[in-house]
Design a protein around this ligand. Structure first.
Ligand code: RRO
Length: 295
């Protein structure tokens, strides 16, 4: 279990909080080459069944996160941490990934192909041609472990087409799913976040069925070397159990972490352990991917 990128990971202080909790590891806020202020506030709102955000990729810039990770891997050589990144253009993405390639970073890199909130920039992973081109260019020079953060897909044909592209590359993981893009939440007669007239990415309880479907669809279609990270709607140990049942090797917590703080990792882990004990499962391998179908 770990945080989902965007939550509790903008600053070193927040990352230390996740690192020192019951979480197994952390991922940094998606980094661009340079510091970004992001969209005007209010830009994140917790709501009863989840959250809505249009942060607009605020972050401290690649060097901030990379310097911290390089320092950390000397102090804690036996742990592995995740660096999330994306450029504001394909050229910038390559510049960033080449910097990571040339650095001493030994962790996992997550390329975010699914930010829904930068005005004028569509989510990369909804454009299969561009996604294929970027991945083919990246793997010409990038030899460190790399995975991608995906938006939710909603059509079986899109699962097939996306998986066919991802299977061409030596990806270490795909992370399903980022927020469901461009929802609208209304209180009384008003939107609740300022950017984009209130449109924003939806997380939390709203998105669990979509997240589980994406985890399982890619578990069914991807080469077994590509592991799945399950993200979306994890409030309880039962939710984490369902993600693993659908094929997840790791589970990320976003909205719930924002609402509850890092104590959520301890609680969810204990709830998951209780379910496993009840069912007589001793390891995650006993039930990972073993979702039952009705004949
Ligand atoms: O910063 C954001 O607005 C943001 C990003 Br990069 C993302 O990947 N997912 C999201 O819900 N918000």
């Amino acid at each position: 279990m770990m945080n989902a990128a965007g939550v509790a990971c903008m600053t070193v202080e927040e990352l230390e909080g996740v690192k020192n909790s019951a979480a197994g590891t952390f991922v940094t806020k998606t980094a661009t080459l340079e510091f970004r202020q992001g969209n005007p506030e209010p830009r994140y709102q917790d709501v009863p069944l989840g959250s809505i955000n249009s942060m607009g990729l605020p972050n401290n810039g690649l060097d901030y996160y990379l310097d911290y990770l390089l320092d950390l891997q000397e102090k804690e050589p036996n742990r592995t941490f995740f660096l999330s990144l994306v450029g504001m253009s394909p050229e910038e993405t390559h510049t960033i990934l080449k910097k990571v390639q040339e650095s001493d970073f030994r962790g996992l890199t997550e390329l975010n192909l699914s930010c829904p909130n930068v005005p004028g920039k569509p989510q990369i992973a909804y454009d299969f041609e561009t996604t294929d081109r970027i991945l083919s260019e990246v793997f010409e020079y990038f030899t460190k472990p790399l995975g991608i953060k995906l938006p939710p897909y909603f059509d079986i044909v899109h699962f097939d087409q996306a998986a066919a592209i991802f299977n061409k590359y030596p990806l270490k993981f795909v992370n399903c799913v980022n927020s469901i893009g461009n929802g609208l939440y209304i209180e009384d007669e008003s939107v609740v976040i300022r950017p984009k007239n209130g449109f924003g990415g939806i997380g939390g309880e709203y998105i669990k069925p979509t997240a589980l479907a994406n985890v399982h669809a890619f578990y069914q279609r991807l080469n077994p070397e590509i592991q799945i990270i399950g993200t979306g709607g994890v409030l309880t140990g039962r939710d984490a159990f369902e993600h693993i049942l659908c094929g997840a090797s790791m589970v990320q917590v976003g909205t719930t972490l924002h609402k509850e703080g890092v104590g959520a990792f301890d609680r969810i882990t204990n709830e998951l352990k209780e379910i496993m004990t009840e069912k007589g499962y001793e390891s995650l391998e006993d039930f990972r991917g073993k979702l039952n179908y009705i004949d």
